[in-house]
Design a protein around this ligand. Structure first.
Ligand SMILES: Cc1cc2nc3c(=O)[nH]c(=O)nc-3n(C[C@H](O)[C@H](O)[C@H](O)COP(=O)(O)OP(=O)(O)OC[C@H]3O[C@@H](n4cnc5c(N)ncnc54)[C@H](O)[C@@H]3O)c2cc1C
Length: 540
């Protein structure tokens, strides 16, 4: 009997464990464990729970269409799997456990270790697969790129056509989907949802992106209104719960670019595939450094960024930030979008993060937790590292500290106020100039800015820069592996943007040549991250 334990890989296609468990004649027992630990975790978010349950329902339907079903258990994962294994053994079945490795928080990592130990002690086999690419045989950064692309170019596993699952008599705490929804109804108070879970939905989302929505991806991705309308893929919750594999997305995006053979499409889809790689590289880092979910990457920052509870003005600012009442329209529109949709585009996530950490001087720990509570794609491996990046903790060898200016971004990224008007009804009817001149304050309930952006940036930005200098000085004084790693990380980022700009220039030239031929010139727009990377001397 093959126990097929689903985790963050809620799909049948290109799922290594599904393919391996279903390839022979052995009966297969697909299951998922609802472990109450996760639902009491301070970083749990309603949008994610909803998406997860939808994905489980879709997986169950998919399995049923192939002669199987999903068994949902409720309780401590280790105990459930131990009981299940014992009961199958008692019935004379010799179980093999199949599951996919993944980036895991410390709880999940300890649980997996305990399960492997339990199977070892019983001398029963365990088959481990990969949900998405990660190096599991030691941290080998030098070969990561090569290994990553080797994996992406391997053929995807097809979904099995039939799955043989016998009826079993088990004495375990089992839940139907209806019972599951009922038991966790506290997560279902928000009726609106933008993202729908499940493998068919993931495939449809990828299809619509690659058919049409991806055009102009590279410059639209920083514009919050266009991103909200679907200019980016919106695949993040699907990649987070594994309703589609990163490899499937990678291969289809690459095939689409090749089929179109158009410089704009090539550039846009390469920028998109680069982000898929970032996704896996964040997962990889977390695999070996789960402590970075809690700890500052460099201890020098412990004096500035701590998870200690907030009080006084900082608490007031934090609440205003959460509620979208800071008086900075683009920050507030973003925070309200996050609250309601559970999603934000990259630039707004980053801008709101620097606003909280640099301008409000509040630790990234608080912001990261709030994002996790709201995000439908909340993934601690990406979220917490991104927060550290935006807070200025990482990449100390770079002389640049990114600080996003919400007013400049309003002018540059939402000049017609479509995004701001959508989320801030208080400002509807006011033009950009009127908003910038704050003429609304007598007629609207919308607040005036709660802080002086330039002054807070100067004071707190200086403090962060000084800490970065201290990290750099220590690394240089100590030398060794840590210094080499810090230099290498800096070089990777620098080289990435240099290459990206070169690719952009090449694609623009090709596009211009094609336009001359067709006598219908239209300039290609570019919005690479470099326009967001600024030294602390030039506010963005
Ligand atoms: C402070 C902060 C917190 C973030 N937290 C998360 C998070 O919890 N979960 C999450 O998936 N992304 C997170 N991101 C990254 C990014 O904002 C989202 O992945 C992206 O906005 C999701 O939208 P999309 O699927 O339309 O992305 P697309 O632009 O279509 O990108 C395709 C996929 O690539 C990956 N990706 C895109 N950008 C990044 C990035 N900068 N770093 C790593 N992977 C990326 C995602 O899996 C995404 O689905 C965070 C960014 C910041 C600045």
């Amino acid at each position: 009997m093959n126990i097929l334990w689903f985790r963050r890989d809620l799909r049948l296609a290109d799922n290594a464990s599904v393919a391996a468990a279903c390839q022979g004649a052995e009966p297969v027992f697909p299951c998922f464990v609802i472990d109450p630990w996760f639902y009491q975790h301070p970083e749990i978010g309603a949008a994610r729970v909803r998406f997860l349950f939808e994905s489980l329902a879709a997986l169950d339907a998919n399995l049923r269409s192939r002669g199987s079903q999903l068994y949902i258990f409720h309780g401590n994962t280790l105990e459930i799997l131990q009981d299940l294994t014992h009961q199958l053994c008692d019935q004379g079945r010799s179980p093999t456990l199949y599951f996919n490795r993944d980036g895991q928080a410390i709880y999940g990592r300890d649980r997996d270790r305990a399960i492997l130990k339990f199977y070892r002690e019983l001398k029963l086999p365990v088959q481990l697969g990969l949900n998405t690419f990660i190096q599991t045989q030691g941290d080998r950064r030098e070969t990561w790129h090569r290994d990553y692309y080797d994996y992406q170019h391997q053929p995807c596993h097809p979904a099995p056509e039939r799955i043989n699952t016998p009826a079993l008599d088990l004495n375990l705490p089992q839940l139907t989907l209806a019972e599951l929804y009922q038991q966790y109804s506290r997560f279902f108070n928000n009726s609106e949802t933008l993202f729908c879970g499940g493998e068919p939905e993931a495939i449809a989302t990828l299809d619509s992106f690659l058919q049409q929505r991806f055009w102009g991806y590279h410059w639209k991705l920083s514009r919050p209104w266009l991103a909200q309308q679907g200019a980016t893929s919106h695949l993040s919750p699907h990649l987070m719960f594994g309703t589609i594999s990163c490899r499937t997305v990678y291969q289809q995006a690459k095939a689409r670019a090749q089929a179109l053979d158009n410089p704009k499409a090539t550039f846009a889809l390469k920028a998109f595939r680069d982000r898929l790689r970032w996704h896996d590289s964040f997962t990889q880092r977390f695999h070996y450094h789960p402590e970075l979910g809690e700890q500052n990457r460099f201890a020098e920052f412990d004096e500035l960024y701590t998870p200690e509870p907030l009080d006084g003005q900082k608490l007031d600012w934090f609440i205003a930030w959460q509620q979208g009442l800071t008086g900075f329209p683009l920050v507030d529109a973003s925070m309200r979008q996050l609250q309601q949709m559970g999603w934000l585009n990259f630039r707004m996530r980053a801008m709101c993060a620097t606003f909280l950490t640099i301008n409000c001087g509040i630790s990234w720990h608080h912001g990261a937790r709030h994002y996790m509570n709201c995000l439908v794609d909340g993934d601690v491996a990406i979220d917490h590292w991104q927060w550290q990046m935006q807070a200025g903790v990482t990449n100390p060898m770079s002389g640049n500290l990114r600080i996003y200016n919400p007013t400049k971004n309003l002018r540059d990224r939402d000049e017609d106020l479509q995004f701001v008007h959508d989320w801030l009804p208080e400002l509807r009817g006011f033009t950009l100039d009127e908003v910038l001149q704050q003429v609304y304050w007598r007629e609207s309930h919308y607040p005036l800015p709660m802080l002086d952006w330039a002054a807070t940036r100067r004071v707190n930005g200086k403090r962060v820069s000084q800490l970065r200098d201290r990290v750099q000085a220590r690394l240089r004084a100590e030398g060794g592996a840590e210094l080499e790693e810090a230099i290498a990380s800096h070089q990777v980022v620098k080289k990435y943007w240099q290459n990206s700009h070169q690719r952009y220039r090449d694609s623009q030239q090709q596009s211009d040549r094609a336009k001359v031929k067709s006598k219908n010139p239209r300039p290609l727009q570019c919005d690479t991250n470099n326009s967001a990377i600024v030294t602390s001397k030039s506010p963005n």
